[in-house]
Design a protein around this ligand. Structure first.
Ligand SMILES: Nc1ncnc2c1ncn2[C@@H]1O[C@H](COP(=O)(O)OP(=O)(O)OP(=O)(O)O)[C@@H](O)[C@H]1O
Ligand SMILES: [Mg+2]
Length: 299
């Protein structure tokens, strides 16, 4: 064989090798382009969701603020004469303010929780929280929302009053129960009762609190979805068209940070129960803790 022939076959191999490499590179290029495209689609989706969320929250905030403005205008212009009517307007003012504060808190939490999902990353310390007292305060806050539907919120004194306080970030836990109680009021049938009850469980040193209401059905196949970000059932949309579907998602995230448990139960008769279980001392030493004396008298 001549050396010329040898060179030719080596060249052929080299060019085949280059061709294979080029083919591989172009396949990798396509894969990379697809990955970039998927990532870009995800970023666009998140941006769209953020815009929708912002629009939704500001739209929802405008409604109670406008109602409050309108009531104040009527009061200051002396258009409301009888003391009965004045009482009614003041009650409505109170419940509209409750809705606005509640929405603003959820809004702030939403951005915090998306970024910081650990206990120590939260800006507030742990403190001893008396769940019975918290429930009574929240029931007072949300009762005006139920007046129009004649829905009454009742907190059972016993056995919750015998429970020890739990170590938790009070503002966050308060928002969890606010979201659950607000739902119970919104989705209750008129002329029913919301029952809040709880107990200490000595076996695992936890306290459970339940919020039970009668209202729109929550079928078992939907229970798993209610903690998803943005999920709202068709029933919920019919009863209460405005809503972000973020309330229980936020509640679930906060309870996860506290290493607790949040569950939902329902029956075919329209009874829905949300249960939150928190450890009494489970979080001790896991992050900074406020002195018990500091927090005992604050709401
Ligand atoms: N007490 C309840 N009874 C029946 N269904 C409920 C109850 N609480 C929650 N749900 C269902 O869970 C869904 C999610 O609740 P979530 O609080 O996250 O959102 P939302 O109440 O629809 O909106 P938002 O809290 O922003 O006002 C509701 O839309 C509803 O379908
Ligand atoms: Mg809600």
């Amino acid at each position: 064989m001549s050396s010329n022939n040898n060179n030719e076959s080596t060249d052929k191999f080299a060019s085949k090798d280059i061709q294979n490499k080029l083919l591989q590179l172009s396949e990798e290029n396509i894969l990379l382009k697809n990955t970039v495209k998927t990532m870009q689609d995800q970023v666009d989706k998140i941006k769209r969701e953020q815009v929708i969320y912002l629009q939704n929250v500001s739209h929802q905030l405008v409604a109670p603020l406008n109602a409050m403005k309108w009531h104040i205008e009527n009061l200051t212009a002396g258009r409301i004469k009888t003391s009965d009517r004045i009482q009614k307007v003041l009650r409505s003012l109170y419940s509209q303010a409750t809705i606005a504060v509640h929405l603003a808190k959820n809004f702030a939490l939403m951005s915090n929780l998306e970024a910081d999902i650990t206990l120590s990353a939260q800006r507030e310390p742990l403190e001893l929280v008396d769940l019975k007292r918290l429930m009574v305060n929240l029931a007072d806050d949300f009762q005006p929302l139920g007046w129009e539907k004649r829905v009454h919120i009742v907190v059972d004194d016993y056995p919750l009053s015998d429970s020890p306080p739990v170590l938790a970030i009070k503002n966050l836990i308060s928002q969890v129960f606010s979201n659950i109680i607000e739902n119970a009021v919104k989705y209750s049938t008129p002329d029913t009762e919301i029952d809040i009850f709880g107990q200490y469980n000595p076996n695992d040193d936890t306290v459970s609190v339940n919020v039970a209401n009668y209202g729109i059905p929550l079928p078992t196949e939907e229970i798993g979805r209610v903690f998803e970000r943005g999920y709202r059932s068709e029933n919920a949309k019919n009863v209460y068209p405005a809503g972000t579907g973020f309330g229980l998602y936020i509640a679930d995230k906060i309870i996860a940070i506290h290493e607790g448990k949040i569950t939902a139960h329902s029956d075919k008769g329209g009874l829905t129960i949300f249960q939150v279980k928190l450890s009494v001392k489970g979080l001790q030493g896991k992050t900074i803790q406020r002195d018990a004396k500091d927090s005992s008298n604050r709401r």
